[in-house]
Design a protein around this ligand. Structure first.
Ligand SMILES: C[S@@+](CC[C@H](N)C(=O)[O-])C[C@H]1O[C@@H](n2cnc3c(N)ncnc32)[C@H](O)[C@@H]1O
Length: 256
């Protein structure tokens, strides 16, 4: 197994020793790069919370929560009823076991598609101060209207320099889900697909990283440099703009 790491000590300890022991679906490759983004944001002075829709048992959530700075929160939203109601208890126990303490996390058992922005903002409020989210992972209901609603919710609380991360883009099981993202990006031209994180496997599918157009330079060059071993140098054509493509084993088809 390639040793994908984020450069954040606590997250990397979990990625090496805990990640595959916690049931879940996100790739370790994408989890490491996401946590690197969270660490990179802190180095740029970007402060804010982490939120995830669709935490399941906490595999990806724990990796990102451990990368946060003191005072920042990790908000986990899920129906917590699949495959059974025990998922909530298992999620909390996994977080505790891997060092995400309860003062750093907010657990919200809810249907994300029924949430309002004020209710979400209230969950992100500490000591009377309403915080923004600097990294928002969307991995809940993979059908068009719920994804559109989740994107709207994420956008409403996103730090201007923050990232929205979408799971299961280009997954063979959801071949047309990406069209919802295309429509959303066309309707929100100030937002851009900044990076594609390629799949490790069919159960560890690609993710998209989206941010405000003005925030793209905060990430793209540093990502290409830092992850040069995983950089697909041809990049991606994202609605007429270049996007970074990172893949576990970059290569280009050989042509004689
Ligand atoms: C693929 S799993 C998430 C995997 C997890 N993010 C990981 O990386 O291991 C999808 C989760 O989304 C949750 N979910 C589906 N629809 C939802 C909704 N409308 N609101 C909140 N959670 C939802 C499911 O309960 C399930 O736990």
């Amino acid at each position: 197994m390639i040793d994908f790491i984020s450069g954040h000590a606590a997250t990397d300890h979990y990625l090496r020793h805990g990640y595959t022991t916690v049931r879940g679906m996100s790739s370790r490759f994408a989890a490491a790069i996401s946590a690197w983004c969270i660490k990179h944001q802190a180095s740029l002075g970007i402060k804010g919370h982490f939120a995830e829709i669709g935490t399941f048992q906490g595999r990806y959530f724990i990796a990102q929560a451990l990368a946060l700075e003191p005072g920042e929160l990790a908000l986990g939203i899920d129906l917590f009823d699949w495959p059974s109601p025990a998922t909530l208890e298992i999620f909390v126990a996994n977080c505790r076991a891997w060092g995400v303490t309860e003062d750093r996390m907010v657990v919200w058992k809810a249907d994300s598609t029924a949430l309002s922005v004020p209710a979400l903002s209230e969950k992100l409020t500490r000591d009377g101060e309403s915080g923004l989210v600097r990294f928002f992972h969307i991995d809940g209901d993979h059908s068009p209207e719920p994804l559109r609603r989740d994107l709207e919710l994420a956008r409403a609380v996103l730090h201007p320099k923050g990232l929205i991360c979408l799971d299961d883009m280009l997954h063979p099981g959801y071949p047309f889900l990406v069209t919802t993202v295309e429509h959303w990006l066309r309707a929100n031209p100030d937002m851009r697909l900044m990076c594609v994180l390629d799949r490790e496997d069919i159960v560890a599918a690609p993710k998209f990283l989206i941010c405000h157009v003005d925030a793209v330079p905060l990430y793209e060059n540093d990502m290409m440099r830092h992850f040069s071993a995983h950089h697909f140098v041809l990049g991606g054509d994202a609605l007429g703009h270049f996007c970074v493509v990172l893949t576990p084993n970059p290569r280009i088809a050989e042509v004689d």
